[in-house]
Design a protein around this ligand. Structure first.
Ligand code: ADP
Ligand code: NI
Length: 217
């Protein structure tokens, strides 16, 4: 590796890019995903540089904040890595990870798979569940001025990614539409094990929430 500082330089670049990001999607989200990814990768045979760069760069330009344009993030990452001394193969792999990581991507056939993508995707999914996932969901709901819960609006299935992106449902619905489904989508054994604990924590939270709503707790 002829650029030993690449991780700290990428960290600086990502922090700069995410300066004004919304609280659930800020540098600390990236830091948690990075830590999750490194922990998972230690139990897998994976290219650690690709895992680290993929985790650091996976959210630099969320399409939600770029008028739905999903090409901004991968392009920014490529431009950055090309200025560093990163090999073409590593750049291509990292860019593919960024292009394919999103949950929204699961509405379309996954066109690319690799162990490194599996790891970074698990790491990102872990940050959407458990106590952190609950905090992020309500933060996002607040950012969008959504209701916490509305018993008259049941969770639903979205047929297209546009429907999913544009829905205005209460935040509790998001648990049924996404968060509680993530445990069964985990790619790695390490990720699945952590996901099971975090899943139970969310189920307990929902039970307590409904109990308080009904006045029985
Ligand atoms: P992805 O693009 O990987 O699906 P998002 O960027 O949509 O992830 O989500 C980022 C964070 O915001 C996650 O913690 C997610 O649970 C939360 N979030 C996304 N959509 C909603 C929603 N409709 N209600 C509440 N939280 C949401
Ligand atoms: Ni993310």
């Amino acid at each position: 590796m002829n650029n030993p500082d690449i991780i700290s330089r990428t960290t600086d670049f990502v922090k700069q890019q995410l300066k004004n990001a919304e609280g659930g999607h800020d540098w600390f989200h990236v830091q948690r995903v990075y830590n999750n990814a490194v922990a998972i990768a230690k139990n897998e045979k994976a290219d650690m540089l690709v895992v680290k760069l993929g985790a650091l760069l996976h959210d630099i330009a969320d399409s939600k904040f770029h008028n739905g344009d999903e090409s901004v993030g991968p392009q920014k990452a490529r431009t950055f890595l090309e200025k560093e001394n990163v090999t073409g193969a590593t750049i291509d792999h990292v860019v593919k990870i960024i292009e394919n990581i999103s949950f929204k991507g699961s509405y379309t056939e996954k066109s690319f798979r690799s162990r490194e993508l599996d790891i970074v995707q698990d790491a990102d999914r872990l940050d959407a569940i458990g106590a952190t996932g609950i905090a992020r969901a309500f933060n996002y709901g607040g950012f969008k001025n959504r209701e916490l819960y509305n018993p008259d609006i049941p969770p639903r299935k979205y047929r297209t990614k546009e429907e999913y992106k544009n829905n205005k449902a209460p935040t509790i619905n998001h648990f049924y539409e996404k968060l509680l489904l993530l445990k069964d989508k985990m790619n790695t054994q390490t990720g699945r094990k952590i996901a099971e604990d975090r899943h139970r924590y969310m189920e307990n939270f929902l039970e307590q929430f409904y109990g308080e709503w009904e006045g029985t707790r």
